[in-house]
Every structure is written in structure tokens, then in C-alpha cells.
Design a protein around this ligand. Structure first.
Ligand code: PDD
Length: 301
């Protein structure tokens, strides 16, 4: 089955879905994106992802090309056409296509809208979470506005690659003050000896992770003590537990940082409890209930 992408009003086989070379995202990484988990065919935390998308667009002064309802329909349709039951759906909106010039293009330039869907293997992610992962730290080299979910991810790419080449699963960024900011594509957390569940404030050089926000709600509901504050790498190395959160892997325990075991070197009880809570909470949006159509490329209104 050919994979299908949505691009500017059309559903096309991936091989035919192309963006012009003058697209602002290709030239300047001038675009924003969202990654939404798909579980049992449903979009998880759709509303929160769309809210963050609207914020990212606003911060970059890109006019929203579609309403939330239309975007939701497109995301579901891409999921359905690719027959993704578990995995993720990717949405990207760029400032559009214009002759190369750093300044914004003329008002009215249409943003580019692209969506794709990918299947994952939930059992493989579960196995990874059960074992816990090792991470290495890398210097924080990103720009100051990582709260905006832009496609400008080169430092994240280099960090993940460096970690993989060092035999680790991921990288954690550490800023000049010795504080952990976040992971290459996840928010970072620790559990202290005092049973505080700690993560950096969302206004402080970290992305406003949707999973992070959902987890914060779970913490309160389960009597766990959340503290939003910066934490140092030294504190993380001495923590009882460490973990990270994202739409693609929920809660992922971290059992080793820079070759040093965290706690007893196994996923701790709080991380495991939080993963179970997130994974077992009912799908946080309804599965696609639209009419079943064939999967030929067509134009949507
Ligand atoms: N990444 N921090 C960074 C830098 C991220 O890229 C992500 C998500 C997160 C977690 O956010 P959320 O809980 O909303 O997924 C934190 C996605 C999954 C990605 O780029 O693939």
C-alpha cells in the first residue's frame, strides 16, 4: 500500500507529494510542526496539540491557514488513509513559497500545509521503557525560543546522532549553568530523594510538551508532588529516578546518564507508575468517525 501524505488540499502518494525548493521551511526552517500520538486510531491530546500549534503560528506571525476543525479532519484522514492504528501523525505548516529573501514574503503568501502518518510498534516501545534507556549529555546550543515548536531542529538532530554514535539512546541538553533543559525530542524529569517530581518550568528554554502538561494533571490527581524548577546535571546524577516524556514514547525511564546509573540503575516505581497511568488513560480524543472512502488521491474542499 502506497503511503499517503496531505499537501495543500490534496492527498497524494508520498512519492508525488513535493514542496517547491523556495519553500521557506526548506530555505530558512521557517515553519512549525506538531507530532500527535495515534493510539487505537484515535488522536491523543488533539486539543492541546492544536492549541500549541496556534501559539507557535502566532509567535512566528504565520496566519493560521485552516481552522482547528479542518486540521483535525486532515489529521484523521491521513491516519485513516495510511491505516495507522498505533503511531503518530505529523503536521507541518510553513510560511509558504517565495523568492529567497530573509524578510517575510508579501502578505497573502499562502502557508504550506503538510501532514503524514507513521505506524509504530507499541510493544517495542514498551520493551524499551521496561528496560530504561541510557542518555548522554550535550551542551545546550539551541536558540532561546525553543518554546516555539519550529522545524529548526539541527542541534536536536546533532545531539541525537552524537548519542547514538556513543551507544546511547538519546541526549539531554545541559546549559552553561550546568542545568538540564530537556532531551533531543522530549522533556526531562527527575524524582528526588524527597519524592519531588521535578521538571524545568515550561518558560525556561524548554518546549511546552503536551505530554508534560498531561502528566502534571496526573501527578496532582495521584497525590504526587510536582515541583517546576530547574535542576542541575549533578542533581540528576544523584536523583532516585529520571525519565523523559513525549507524544511518541509517553514516559520513558532513564536509567543511566553519561555512564552513571541513576538510582539502582533500573526504572523506578514513580516512573513506572506514571507510564502506566499515561498508557492506560482512555484515548483522549475520539477515533475518526467520518465516512469511509477509498484512498485514491483527491482534492478536498
Ligand atoms: N518532540 N521537547 C522537545 C525538544 C521536543 O521535540 C518534544 C516533542 C518534546 C515533548 O513534547 P510533546 O510531549 O508535546 O511530544 C519536548 C516530538 C515528539 C518530535 O519532534 O518528534
Amino acid at each position: 500500500m502506497a503511503r499517503i501524505a496531505y499537501i495543500n488540499g490534496r492527498y497524494l502518494p508520498l512519492s508525488m507529494a513535493a514542496v517547491p525548493i523556495e519553500d521557506r521551511a526548506f530555505l530558512f526552517a521557517d515553519g512549525v510542526y506538531e507530532v500527535c500520538e495515534v493510539r487505537e486510531g484515535a488522536l491523543i491530546d488533539e486539543e492541546r496539540h492544536l492549541k500549541r500549534l496556534a501559539r507557535s503560528l502566532r509567535e512566528l506571525r504565520i496566519a493560521a491557514p485552516l481552522g482547528d476543525g479542518a486540521i483535525g479532519t486532515i489529521l484523521r484522514e491521513v491516519v485513516r488513509r495510511n491505516r495507522v492504528r498505533d503511531g503518530m501523525v505529523y503536521l507541518q505548516i510553513t510560511r509558504g513559497v517565495a523568492k529567497r529573501n530573509h524578510a517575510f514574503p508579501a502578505a497573502g503568501t499562502a502557508p504550506t500545509v503538510v501532514a503524514t502518518a507513521y505506524a509504530s510498534d507499541p510493544a517495542a516501545i514498551d520493551r524499551k521503557a521496561a528496560a530504561g534507556i541510557s542518555v548522554m549529555t550535550v551542551p545546550e546550543t539551541r536558540w532561546a525560543r525553543v518554546d516555539i515548536k519550529t522545524v529548526s531542529l539541527l542541534p536536536n538532530v546533532l545531539a541525537r546522532q552524537a548519542a547514538l554514535e556513543a551507544g546511547k539512546s538519546d541526549a539531554w541538553f545541559v546549559n552553561a549553568a550546568g542545568e538540564v533543559t530537556e532531551a533531543a525530542a522530549s522533556n526531562a524529569w527527575i524524582v528526588t530523594g524527597g519524592a519531588e517530581v521535578v521538571t524545568a518550568p515550561a518558560d525556561d528554554g524548554v518546549l511546552r510538551g503536551v505530554t508534560r502538561m498531561v502528566l502534571i494533571d496526573h501527578l496532582a490527581a495521584n497525590g504526587l508532588r510536582l515541583v517546576e524548577r530547574r535542576f542541575s546535571l549533578d542533581e540528576a546524577l544523584g536523583a532516585k529516578e529520571a525519565f523523559m516524556t513525549s507524544a511518541t514514547s509517553a514516559v520513558l525511564p532513564v536509567v543511566n546518564i553519561d555512564g552513571r546509573p541513576i538510582g539502582d540503575g533500573k526504572p523506578g516505581p514513580v516512573s513506572r507508575q506514571l507510564r502506566t497511568l499515561l498508557r492506560s488513560s482512555p484515548a483522549r480524543s475520539a477515533p475518526y468517525a467520518g465516512a469511509l472512502r477509498d484512498t485514491r488521491s483527491d482534492v478536498i474542499p
